[in-house]
Design a protein around this ligand. Sequence first.
Ligand SMILES: Cc1cc2nc3c(=O)[nH]c(=O)nc-3n(C[C@H](O)[C@H](O)[C@H](O)COP(=O)(O)OP(=O)(O)OC[C@H]3O[C@@H](n4cnc5c(N)ncnc54)[C@H](O)[C@@H]3O)c2cc1C
Ligand SMILES: NC(=O)C1=CN([C@@H]2O[C@H](COP(=O)(O)OP(=O)(O)OC[C@H]3O[C@@H](n4cnc5c(N)ncnc54)[C@H](OP(=O)(O)O)[C@@H]3O)[C@@H](O)[C@H]2O)C=CC1
Length: 557
Amino acid sequence: MEAARSVGPLVVVGGGIAGVTCAEQLAVTFPEEDILLVTASPVIKAVTNFKQVSKVLEEFDVEEQPSTVLENRFPNIKVIESGVRQLKSEEHCIVTEDGRQHVYKKLCLCAGAKPKLICEGNPYVLGIRDTDSAQEFQKQLRKAKRIMIVGNGGIALELVYEIEGCEVIWAIKDKAIGNTFFDAGAAEFLISKLMSEKSEAKIAHRRTIYTVEGKCNIWLVSFMDETKRRAGHTTVKTCRISWVSRLPLNLPHHAWPFKCWVDSAHLCTQTLRGVFGGISMLYLYYDIHVSAGTVWIVLTNIHFVQFSHSIHIETKCEVKKIYLQEEFKIMKKKPLTFPKDQHKSVTVDKEVWPVYVELTNGKIYGCDFLVSATGVTPNVHPFLHGNNFDLGEDGGLKVDDQMRTSLPDIYAAGDICTACWQPSPVWQQMRLWTQARQMGWYAAKCMAAAGLGQSSDMDFSFELFAHVTKFFNYKVVLLGKYNAQGLGPDHELMLRCTRGQEYVKVVMQNGRMMGAVLIGETDLEETFENLILNQMDLSSYGEDLLDPDIDIEDYFD
Ligand SMILES: Cc1cc2nc3c(=O)[nH]c(=O)nc-3n(C[C@H](O)[C@H](O)[C@H](O)COP(=O)(O)OP(=O)(O)OC[C@H]3O[C@@H](n4cnc5c(N)ncnc54)[C@H](O)[C@@H]3O)c2cc1C
Ligand SMILES: NC(=O)C1=CN([C@@H]2O[C@H](COP(=O)(O)OP(=O)(O)OC[C@H]3O[C@@H](n4cnc5c(N)ncnc54)[C@H](OP(=O)(O)O)[C@@H]3O)[C@@H](O)[C@H]2O)C=CC1
């Protein structure tokens, strides 16, 4: 059936940053038209606190909101909370999970991407993508004593820094951390921060993390009156470690401790950090709030589970095999298939773990679960199945400089698409919030122009790759070809680094600045952005460019 291309509303699929920005922009451009936003999730993602930091650099927060907030702000946007089950591109319509068909005049696909897991379908391998998966991860983490993180990009960098109270084995393919954002120099700068805060293998003997396990026999030492004490039972409301000692403190002479069984739920979330080298028993004193009032001192002689390292990094390896506990027990009984040297990390580990991971470097680690932070893959299946889209090498919908896919009247933006136009020499696609916003906005502009039979000039934001974020609590700014991507061997690097404070790297080619990595409060982003954009010949400035005693901004005014 031939489609009636001038009828039907403008339809956007996906309630993420790209889809919402696109719908908003369409709603503003066409206030008289209905804009349909069809999304599989019950909330939409909105850009808030938007700040244009410089010409191209932008900062904003991403907030999940009920779709009604968007509909209230833009009365001509109607949100349909139902996933698209099928696209019938020849008929210019989509079919949603609720069975309804929606005809479109023009369609913009912004269905994002999904985690590319190292092992699909394994319940012990988690990916983090959205609120639901993040909540599932947090739920599992609360119970976990050791997890493994696989991958070396943005998610892994964030997780290893944020996770507390749980041992982390971080398995990376590369020699240095954070390969998608950093070179080895920047990684070195960052790792000292990570290790100083998290304790590494080297200092693990000095700094140890303990966690309380199981039921604990807690002796309440109180000054409650005799009658209450004789009653001998009480309900513990909250319980916090307030004091730690290697030896029992002298208890008040008249104290008459009574037993109170606190189940592990009260304690399992408590993690104790400190320098307690070489001992196996500590005395913990708790502030306990009980139903009968506040008991102010408590001695426990509890058992500890000792975490010897909070973070351990395994470099240059990948996951070879994942064994469930039962499979692992069987395998362990076959020593011939399990060489002795490979046994090492397991035999010293007395714990029984739900899952065991064999790495390609031969080591095997038991853990509670794995996080596969191994990138994303554009979300083109299964709902686009049966349509003949041209796909990019990374599996995304190919889009041209007008954000058009290979099928008529269908546009795409954000993580789902692969930019296939001739890019500026200092821009590359990365699946980030900023690019999702910029693409969503630009796609709407292109859809509007196409309606008038025109084309749009490429938006300025695609002139220069610019990303500002935070890793390990440092501000991180990446500009242009920050890792000399695709520049060939004739580029040079200039570095300036003050340990614990800042790391500045610029990438130069033929005297021109092509990219930069700025970690810390360097205040250089605007100047460097200009230098990359205007491609000024900087040969005569040599290393003065990074001289901290020269005010670089004045230099180029
Ligand atoms: C854990 C994590 C942390 C991140 N942190 C950062 C960060 O700090 N900074 C940064 O720049 N980037 C970050 N990113 C990347 C960033 O989230 C993405 O690049 C960005 O969200 C992509 O936006 P999008 O709109 O293209 O897709 P998404 O935000 O994924 O939205 C896709 C939308 O499409 C909907 N959808 C999917 N399938 C269908 C269907 N069949 N029918 C209807 N609707 C559908 C979904 O429900 C969703 O609403 C992070 C990513 C992850 C996973
Ligand atoms: N603050 C920020 O800016 C953040 C941005 N993000 C973005 O969210 C998206 C998802 O993040 P993330 O999942 O970390 O993806 P990334 O693409 O950032 O990183 C994926 C990492 O996993 C590695 N990898 C891929 N396959 C395997 C494998 N089989 N075994 C071991 N390692 C593997 C990759 O190595 P290789 O590169 O060699 O393939 C890479 O180091 C990305 O677009 C990311 O940029 C996420 C969090 C924070």
